[in-house]
Ligand binder design. Structure first.
Ligand code: NAD
Length: 376
């Protein structure tokens, strides 16, 4: 077996460490010209203004004009500000949406192009980029340590990742206290993303030993701490452990890449508006049962390594976790028509599907979506 490992992102983890942004920037030689990309939540609660003030001039601008599942036009808008104001670095403080927008903007700003030219077109991203400091505020995507930016082109009805070595942040600052304000349903959905990344990173065709170890570390933390974080948003231990699971699951999948559940999540989010992590979790137990005996027993070994008797028991536990945290277990409320199911099958045929250890046919996808369409 041949494998490579690389992890170029410096990680600073712990409560209160968001206050280190200015020092981290200074260590990178950056004392002015920073763009803070952050969601409206942190503008309204005053955190953005406080960080700008405390930065002693290092942060010059704030950009928050973007939506969850950010659109290519919003990336172009952020890049235009970077160009106009001659900004020199970017700080992304938010969920995956803020971090992914910032990664793409920090690269495309050094060109005169639109990010749309590189989104799902196969055109490689230029590697040049402004330095990026990533500060996640959800325990979810792991985007702070990945080279992936997931963007949406609403005009074309397309959601897809762009992968580029230029997207690795220079530094990730993970401050669990920033996640206390995440509402319960977002906490649940983001946590299910963590679990999907760990499990999919493990069974991906691109699996490798270091990422396996990360997956085995991260997954049990989600089973144990996600229900607590959902029920008790201020539970410091649960929030901290979910942040640990999130960053380590990010390391587990960024090189192997995700697989079937992520492939299916894209149309579920794009067409039906189901939040990203909830959409991934919707099919995770189904694919676990399909992949149970793949890779000469590796998937069964994973289930046992994280404390289950076998993959069936792990799949049952994924289902129970969704019920316990208020996430969807079916699509019955959407009253899907046959033609909507056809669309889900067709659009799920995304490149990530080909990383799945078992070949997934259209008939298998149709069986799954018909089952989900009939399930509450
Ligand atoms: P998000 O960033 O879309 O945030 C969800 C909502 O929660 C938003 O309204 C946001 O403003 C709010 N929010 C975020 N942090 C908050 C806080 N601390 N307090 C209160 N509200 C807060 O959600 P997400 O799940 O973190 O990111 C999802 C996006 O990331 C999707 O586009 C998904 O495809 C992408 N993603 C990227 C990667 C990657 O490696 N780049 C991996 C997985 C998913």
């Amino acid at each position: 077996m041949l494998w490579d490992y690389e992890q170029p992102v410096a990680i600073r983890f712990g409560n209160g460490r968001v206050r280190e942004i200015k020092d981290v920037a200074a260590d990178l030689g950056l004392t002015e010209g920073g763009l803070l990309v952050t969601s409206d939540h942190f503008v309204h609660d005053g955190t953005a203004a406080r960080l700008v003030k405390e930065s002693d001039g290092a942060l010059a601008e704030v950009f928050s004009a973007f939506s969850p599942n950010p659109d290519v036009t919003e990336v172009d808008a952020a890049a235009a500000i970077i160009r106009e104001k001659h900004l020199r670095f970017v700080v992304a403080m938010g969920g995956g949406s803020a971090m992914d927008l910032a990664k793409a903007a920090a690269s495309i700003a050094l060109t005169n192009d639109s990010i749309a030219d590189y989104h799902g077109t196969g055109k490689p991203m230029p590697l040049d980029h402004l330095p990026l400091i990533a500060v996640p505020t959800t325990a979810g995507t792991g985007s702070e340590v990945t080279c992936v930016s997931v963007l949406t082109n609403r005009a074309l009805g397309k959601k897809a990742p762009i992968v580029s070595d230029g997207f690795f942040p220079s530094v990730a600052i993970i401050d669990p206290e920033l996640t206390y304000s995440v509402p319960p349903h977002v906490t649940a959905s983001c946590g299910m993303d963590v679990l999907s990344q760990a499990i999919e990173g493990y069974w991906s065709k691109g699996h490798q030993p270091i990422c396996d170890a990360c997956a085995i570390h991260a997954a049990p933390l989600v089973f144990k701490y996600l229900p607590i974080a959902v029920a008790e948003p201020d539970n410091a231990e649960a929030r901290q452990k979910m942040c640990e699971a999130s960053v380590i699951a990010g390391l587990a999948f960024t090189l192997p890449k995700t697989t079937s559940s992520h492939a299916c999540s894209f149309p579920l989010t794009n067409i039906h508006g189901i939040p990203h992590g909830e959409a991934c979790g919707l099919t995770l137990d189904w694919f676990a049962r399909i992949n149970a005996d793949a890779q000469h027993g590796r998937v069964q070994e994973f289930a046992r390594a994280i404390g289950f008797d076998d993959v069936d028991a792990m799949a049952d536990a994924i289902h129970d976790l969704k019920v316990k945290t208020g996430l969807r277990t079916g699509l019955k409320d959407l009253q899907l028509t046959e033609s909507q199911i056809d669309d889900l099958v067709r659009i799920s045929r995304h490149p990530n599907l080909y990383n799945n250890p078992v070949e997934i046919t259209d008939d298998m996808l149709r069986d799954m979506y018909e089952h989900l369409a009939a399930t509450d």
